[in-house]
Design a protein around this ligand. Structure first.
Ligand code: SAM
Length: 211
């Protein structure tokens, strides 16, 4: 299976913090105050679930969380997290295969789209776009690299990461897909943006347009 992090699940958080210090963590934590109380939240590719405890620290009750992960090992780790009095449904499936009639107030994707080919990124974007309510929020974070103006060290790091994760997790992507164009095309409004790790990581809170 492509993009499966089972083999690295136990070490993923350690690796992320060793290479990026707290940049990947802070990029996500600083978006959490945007989650409105009582929201239905869809988290896709949440990894070990550390984000669940951080969400519960801010909002100990009232959230209804759906957590979609392709990796059963990641799901097992996420299951152990303290979510306080929030409710959670953990679903071990690729997002491409998830079908529901539910819609969500908030979608959270962190370092998910960098795994996808350009075609898959568009497909997954459109799926999540449909699942997000009008005026809902999409907390998006990922690496950011623009070929002509990006720094050489960023290019090298991306190459190295893709090489490593292709071996360990069979990651299908060879380069970062441009997800920004889909937000733009679908008229999302940027309501918060911050960059981390010398601009290599970008976190944006997008709002879907109203009906
Ligand atoms: C780079 S990790 C990021 C984990 C987490 N968001 C974090 O920042 O710590 C990407 C995660 O997405 C999951 N993933 C990859 N493709 C997926 C898919 N198609 N559907 C659901 N989860 C997926 C992987 O199993 C992995 O846990």
């Amino acid at each position: 299976m492509v993009n499966n992090y089972d083999r690295i699940a136990k070490y993923y958080d350690f690796l992320s913090r060793t290479v990026f210090f707290k940049a990947q963590v802070n990029a996500q934590i600083e978006q959490l105050p945007f989650i409105p109380p009582g929201s239905k939240v869809l988290i896709v590719g949440g990894g070990t679930g550390w984000i669940l405890s951080k969400i519960a620290e801010l909002q100990p009750k009232g959230l209804r969380i759906t957590y979609i992960e392709i990796s059963s090992e990641m799901i097992a780790l996420a299951r152990k997290r303290n979510i306080k009095e929030n409710s959670i449904e953990l679903i071990n499936t690729p997002i491409e295969d998830y079908h529901t009639k539910k819609t969500f107030d908030v979608v959270l994707t962190a370092f998910l789209f960098d795994n996808f080919s350009r075609e898959k990124a568009e497909l997954v974007f459109l799926k999540l776009h449909d699942l997000l309510k009008a005026e809902g929020l999409w907390l998006f974070s990922d690496f950011s690299y623009q070929p002509k103006i990006g720094k050489i060290w960023q290019y090298m790091m991306l190459k190295l990461m893709y090489f490593f994760f292709r071996i360990v997790s069979n990651v299908e992507a060879r380069e970062l897909p441009d997800v920004g164009i889909h937000f733009k095309k679908n008229k999302y409004k940027k309501i918060f943006r911050k960059r981390y790790y010398k601009n290599f990581i970008k976190a944006t809170v997008y709002q879907k347009p109203g009906l």
